[in-house]
Design a protein around this ligand. Structure first.
Ligand SMILES: Cc1cc2nc3c(=O)[nH]c(=O)nc-3n(C[C@H](O)[C@H](O)[C@H](O)COP(=O)(O)OP(=O)(O)OC[C@H]3O[C@@H](n4cnc5c(N)ncnc54)[C@H](O)[C@@H]3O)c2cc1C
Length: 403
């Protein structure tokens, strides 16, 4: 007979880190988010503390100065950060994808050059696929790189919706290097584009890499989303991710691989915002009275709380399962797509239910739920919309169940 062991979904190390980040969110992020959201300004003091906590190097191996933790632990940390404010998890998100791309596909020189500075947060990364005329249909991008006589490449074209577009020092950028390639994805390459953080019009070695003013958004404020304009930007052949020989024409495959972990990451953000919406609803519904009792005593409100808590629990389990499969080296494309779809929709659902529970006050900027209501829809779009997730899930299901 099997001996019963106490159930725990976290290791001791994971518990300690999550408690630390939870406390950080309670003390530093939540009390200050309203200010930075209102001003739409970058939360520099919070980011400085995140650097001190090592949060930019969570998944980077210890030999490069990171914590060397797995995707599962990372997802747990992202849930806690996102519970505080999804813009904070957005600052880490594209950076994490850049780290993943370097660790998986980078040459030894590229790893040595960038990972130690990325681990401390001194150098932060952005990730750029989307363009003004191409988001879901990544193979329709137009930005291109041409090889010059001296062996370097010149990039021209426009990118759109780049999170951390201005303040990052590195941008992992997907462009076409062979527009005539068939299938199209074989003519796409990822360049590690360096620039000066915070500079709109780069000069000197980074000339031709321009960052227009940040895009004004509904929510997800504080972290900047920008266009990027490449206008004759020259970059050496060894800035191709994985080196010219191995990396040329591999950009699409590399980026799609990174999107799989990116989806777990967005799923974790969905869990975090859903969890916070639930907490706010639990508190408000016990404080607010109508018809002589707390609204939490009305069955209709209890049903909302029950549905929200059930969605949070399911989203969390799906997210952690997708991360664990990836960490175990097993196939997780289907699970990551399902987790992203479910958790981002759970985020939207829970935020809307919590908003309704807050009645008129949910519409007031005095209440945190107003910010969550503007922030949650982003998760339905980034790293592939819900429609695209369903396409991915459907395709993978059929692949795995061929008759
Ligand atoms: C705040 C923010 C931050 C972002 N950050 C980044 C970033 O850092 N880097 C980056 O590269 N991108 C980023 N993006 C871009 C994001 O990934 C895209 O917006 C997203 O992939 C959707 O692309 P699109 O906006 O061009 O919509 P479209 O692709 O034009 O889609 C429009 C609508 O059509 C639907 N649709 C499209 N194709 C199909 C189909 N075949 N079947 C059914 N429905 C379909 C979509 O689901 C959507 O509802 C960001 C976006 C936002 C809003």
């Amino acid at each position: 007979m099997a001996l019963a062991t106490p159930y725990s979904d976290k290791t001791d190390e994971q518990k300690a880190i999550c408690e630390m980040v939870h406390q950080f969110a309670d003390e530093q992020i939540i009390p200050n988010a309203e200010h930075y959201d209102h001003e739409d300004s970058f939360p520099e003091p919070i980011v400085e503390q995140m650097k001190e906590l090592g949060l930019f190097g969570v998944t980077i191996p210890e030999e490069y100065g990171g914590m060397g933790l797995d995707l599962t632990t990372y997802a747990m940390i992202v849930e806690e950060l996102s519970r505080g404010w999804i813009s904070i998890s957005g600052i880490v998100n594209t950076h994490f994808i850049g780290c993943y791309l370097l660790m998986k596909f980078g040459t030894d020189e590229q790893k040595q050059k960038y990972l130690p500075k990325m681990a401390t947060g001194e150098m932060r990364a952005a990730f750029s696929l989307s363009e003004p005329e191409a988001g879901s249909d990544v193979q329709a991008i137009k930005a291109g790189a041409k090889k010059l006589a001296d062996g370097s490449y010149e990039i021209n074209g426009q990118k759109m919706w780049v999170t951390n577009g201005l303040l990052s020092a590195l941008c992992f950028t997907l462009v076409k290097t062979d527009p005539a390639a068939e299938p199209k994805y074989k003519g796409m390459t990822c360049f590690i584009c360096e620039k000066e953080p915070g500079v709109s019009e780069n000069t000197g070695a980074y000339k031709g890499f321009n960052v227009p003013p940040k895009i004004k958004k509904l929510g997800y404020k504080g972290v900047e989303s920008t266009e990027l304009v490449f206008d004759g930007y020259k970059t050496p052949a060894d800035s191709i991710l994985g080196g010219e020989e191995a990396g040329l024409g591999q950009g699409f495959v590399q980026m799609m691989d990174a999107l799989e972990v990116g989806r777990v990451n967005v799923a974790a953000r969905g869990v975090g915002i859903a969890q916070r919406a639930l907490e706010l609803a639990l508190r408000y519904s016990q404080e607010r009275k109508t018809f002589g009792r707390a609204i939490a005593q009305h069955q209709a409100i209890q049903f909302k709380l029950a549905d929200m808590a059930t969605q949070v629990e399911a989203a969390r389990l799906m997210t952690i399962r997708a991360a664990r499969l990836k960490d175990a080296g097993e196939r997780s494309d289907l699970e990551a797509g399902m987790a992203k779809l479910f958790a981002s929709e759970a985020g939207r659902f829970c935020v809307e239910e919590s908003f309704r529970i807050h009645g008129g006050y949910g519409y007031s900027k005095e209440y945190e739920i107003e910010r969550l209501y503007r922030d949650a829809p982003l998760l339905l779009i980034g790293e592939g919309t819900s429609e695209i997730q369903r396409m991915v899930i459907g395709r993978k299901l059929l692949e795995r169940n061929k008759i």
